[in-house]
Design a protein around this ligand. Structure first.
Ligand SMILES: Nc1ncnc2c1ncn2[C@@H]1O[C@H](COP(=O)(O)OP(=O)(O)O)[C@@H](O)[C@H]1O
Ligand SMILES: [Mg+2]
Length: 321
């Protein structure tokens, strides 16, 4: 069976900057793929690419192929992509505040999705909206539907944005940092709701986060991006048990653990380079404690790992010889 979504050696440019370089991913129905990496790694760009929204920010796919349910997305055109997005692909954007119209009632904003994408009548759309709100564990669904965004808490707004993504009966949900602005308890609830939907309905979920704790809790597989390239891609258990790429090891080392000294949360020294300053060969080498000469001169290819998955690193652990 072919995957629901595949990115095959996809590169993306904005102006003269190549911001994604040779990204390959696949996602099946019923599966949760985590996409991780520090801020500036290219996670949101990957999301916008899949949602067909690159033209909005002046970007374009410069190489590679995206397939959704067997169809080359390049063959769909702008109108076809618009139908897909909000329909079979639900997109939960990084900032719920920008996704909601401040002067329109919540119910109307959700209704419009199922009217447009499923062709429902106004009363049928509203019934569906209320049903969705209840599925997202909003008890006062009628009252919330009548409210304006500013009357709701951050956690509630995030649920509304998820309801909008679900309203068109998607097969795939892309959720870009859906819980970053929320407190820990609400964050856990939202993740639980999202994973529950995937398991119950067989949706596919691309869950973008920089929180490795969320990844461990929710994902089946994980792709690690660094400076617009794939560093490592693994089943979640293998990734945490035996991370192969030094960058992945550093990300996992950043998770706060019980018993850690205050201030013992060690970040990774340095920062993700911008496109104008991408280092030669391995882009991580200036920050990598294990770097050797080839890391400065030869780009590491993505190579298969013995327990499944792949890694791009000259110093990788667990590659078959
Ligand atoms: N609209 C844009 N124009 C130019 N550069 C951009 C734009 N959006 C993102 N970038 C650059 O692309 C890189 C990846 O950004 P992004 O995908 O937002 O990262 P992430 O979501 O992982 O934090 C960054 O270097 C960022 O500066
Ligand atoms: Mg982002």
């Amino acid at each position: 069976m072919t995957a629901l979504l595949t990115l095959d050696h996809v590169s993306v440019e904005i102006g003269r900057s190549q911001l994604l370089d040779d990204v390959s991913l696949s996602l099946d129905r019923g599966e949760i793929l985590g996409l991780v990496g520090e801020s500036g790694s290219g996670k949101s760009l990957t999301a916008l690419t899949i949602a067909g929204l690159l033209p909005l920010i002046g970007g374009r796919i410069s190489a590679g192929t995206l397939r959704f349910d067997g169809t080359d997305m390049a063959s769909l055109g702008a109108e076809g992509m618009r139908k897909l997005r909000g329909g079979r692909i639900g997109f939960v954007m990084q900032n719920p505040m920008t996704a909601l119209d401040p002067v329109q009632r919540i119910g109307e904003q959700i209704d419009v999705v199922s009217r447009l994408h499923l062709g429902l009548s106004a009363p049928a759309a509203r019934a569906r909206t209320l049903d969705l709100l209840r599925q997202l564990r909003i008890a006062e669904a009628e009252a919330v539907a009548e409210a304006y965004p500013h009357q709701l808490s951050g956690g509630m707004k995030q649920r509304i944005v998820i309801a909008m993504a679900l309203a068109g009966e998607p097969d795939l949900i892309i959720a870009d940092e859906p819980t970053t602005a929320l407190d820990v308890t609400v964050q856990a609830q939202i993740i639980q709701i999202l994973t529950g939907l995937v398991r119950e309905r067989g949706l596919a979920l691309l869950l973008i986060t920089h929180d490795m704790g969320v990844v461990a809790q929710a994902c089946d597989r994980v792709a690690v991006l660094y400076a617009g390239r794939m560093a490592e891609e693994r089943p979640v258990g293998a990734l945490f048990d035996a991370p192969s790429h030094p960058y992945t090891r550093a990300l996992i080392g950043c998770i706060p653990r019980e018993g850690m000294e205050p201030g013992g949360l060690k970040g990774i020294p340095g920062a993700v380079p911008s496109a104008s300053n991408f280092p030669e060969a391995c882009r991580f080498h200036p920050r990598c404690a294990l770097a050797i000469e080839p890391c400065r001169t030869e780009r590491p290819a993505l190579a298969p790992l013995s327990g499944g998955g792949q890694v791009a690193c000259h110093r990788a652990e667990g590659r078959p010889r």
